[in-house]
Design a protein around this ligand. Structure first.
Ligand SMILES: Cc1cc2nc3c(=O)[nH]c(=O)nc-3n(C[C@H](O)[C@H](O)[C@H](O)COP(=O)(O)OP(=O)(O)OC[C@H]3O[C@@H](n4cnc5c(N)ncnc54)[C@H](O)[C@@H]3O)c2cc1C
Length: 381
């Protein structure tokens, strides 16, 4: 059996590795002309690391990424609102969350593949014959397989062309990310805080992602498509974070306009139809979420494992797709919903609203916090 995988991002590459390990043939087609060592960092949840543990690459990734002991949510004065102990995650769920640069992760995943990714191949259409599916690319070429896995991200062309969606939702927040080369003091490397400002969506964080690389991000509530030059963005970031305590000022002092990657934050309005005929959606193409829970990539990684497992354990692709969707839909939709609600809470403004918000966050009962952690990290693959 051969799978055509459209999209060589985190979801597509992980799916290729999972299928390879189960003896499937696959071809990965990526629209970008080449893989570049650019981009920002991300936190791979302990749930994603459990998948990589099963695929036998968790140790390799851990060697390449950073090492976090604690992840906090703090207010801008440095008061702790919530915390997650990474050692405790490891004890309770068998894996710890891993901060890593996207390019580092991508390189590690690519090294696992026995079949090179075809780059410069933008899928623009899909057709089905009774016993095969064909992907058509913008250079006029085609690829034929038994099934097609659309892992082409939130703006999935395959989904829009072949299955359909309910459109995108703007979260009200825009985001700048950067990777900075700097040496953080050891204590700052071990802990990371997502720091919440005085409302209006202002939040910022930095974390060590391995080597001397530090991943920084900043969000703010702003109208969609508000234009910024790099200089204007940097001035805004420094102004909004001027009274943030701790090491934040040193990190923002290292930022330059050209380091900043700007994106408005959207999700995909939840859809229930994830497959049609020989085509199935995966990762952001199926359930893109806002990044407030830091779970988008982790969910794509879970999808990859579960889909490969279903394809290997069911007699035909239709049964496999049905079981995959049944196993993944409710969980991913819940992640999308909670993440969306979190964005709205951070959009509150005014001292009173922010005070209440922070009080509520500090007062989350231990049992509720434990149930949240269980939901995210105690996964049934
Ligand atoms: C600001 C921000 C911070 C985030 N932080 C985190 C985090 O800390 N942890 C986390 O788990 N997640 C995080 N995420 C979410 C995460 O980035 C995504 O959920 C994840 O990248 C989804 O992987 P994917 O493979 O489904 O899609 P993508 O990573 O978008 O990959 C899709 C790939 O398909 C290619 N492609 C697109 N169209 C075509 C086409 N027509 N033909 C061929 N190829 C195509 C693209 O070039 C791309 O390589 C964050 C997202 C944002 C915006």
């Amino acid at each position: 059996m051969k799978a055509i995988i459209i999209g060589g991002g985190i979801g597509g590459l992980t799916t290729a590795i999972a299928l390879q390990q189960r003896g499937w043939h696959y071809e990965v087609y990526e629209a970008a002309p080449e893989y570049k060592a650019v981009g920002a960092g991300l936190l791979l949840g302990a749930n994603a690391m459990k998948v990589y543990q099963r695929l036998g690459i968790a140790d390799d990734l851990a060697r390449r990424g950073g090492h976090l002991e604690k992840v906090y949510i703090k207010d801008y004065k440095g008061n702790i609102l919530q915390q997650i102990d990474n050692n405790l995650l490891e004890q309770q769920y068998g894996c710890r969350s891993l901060p890593i640069h996207r390019a580092t992760l991508q390189a590690a995943l690519l090294e696992q593949l026995q079949q090179p990714v075809s780059t410069g191949k933008k899928c623009i259409a899909v057709t089905e014959a009774p016993d095969s599916v064909i992907a058509c690319f913008d250079d006029g070429s085609e690829a034929k397989g038994d099934i097609l896995i659309a892992a082409d991200g939130i703006r999935s062309a395959v989904r829009e062309y072949y299955i359909g969606s309910q459109g995108y939702r703007y979260s009200g927040q825009t985001c700048w990310r950067a990777t900075i080369n700097m040496d953080l003091p050891a204590a700052e490397q071990l802990n990371s805080a997502e720091v919440w400002g005085k409302g209006n969506g202002v939040r910022a964080s930095f974390m060590h992602v391995g080597g001397n690389e530090v991943y920084f991000w900043f969000t703010k509530k702003l109208p969609e498509n508000t234009p910024f030059t790099g200089e204007e963005a940097l001035a805004l970031i420094r102004r909004d974070l001027a009274d943030f305590s701790g090491h934040m000022q040193e990190v923002t002092a290292h930022l330059t306009p050209s380091l900043l990657i700007h994106s408005d934050l959207y999700d995909l309005a939840p859809i229930r139809k994830w497959h049609k005929g020989r085509v199935v959606l995966l990762g952001d193409a199926a359930h893109a979420t806002t990044p407030n829970l830091g779970q988008g990539a982790s969910q794509a990684i879970e999808d990859a494992y579960v889909l490969a497992d279903c394809l290997s354990s069911h007699p035909d692709h239709e049964a496999a797709f049905r079981h995959y969707a049944a196993k993944r839909l409710a969980r991913t939709h819940k992640i999308v919903r909670i993440s969306w609600q979190l964005a709205q809470v951070t959009n509150w403004k005014g001292a009173c609203a922010v005070g209440i918000r922070n009080f509520l966050l500090r007062s989350v009962p231990t049992g509720v916090a434990k149930r949240q952690l269980d939901f995210i990290y105690n996964i049934d693959l």
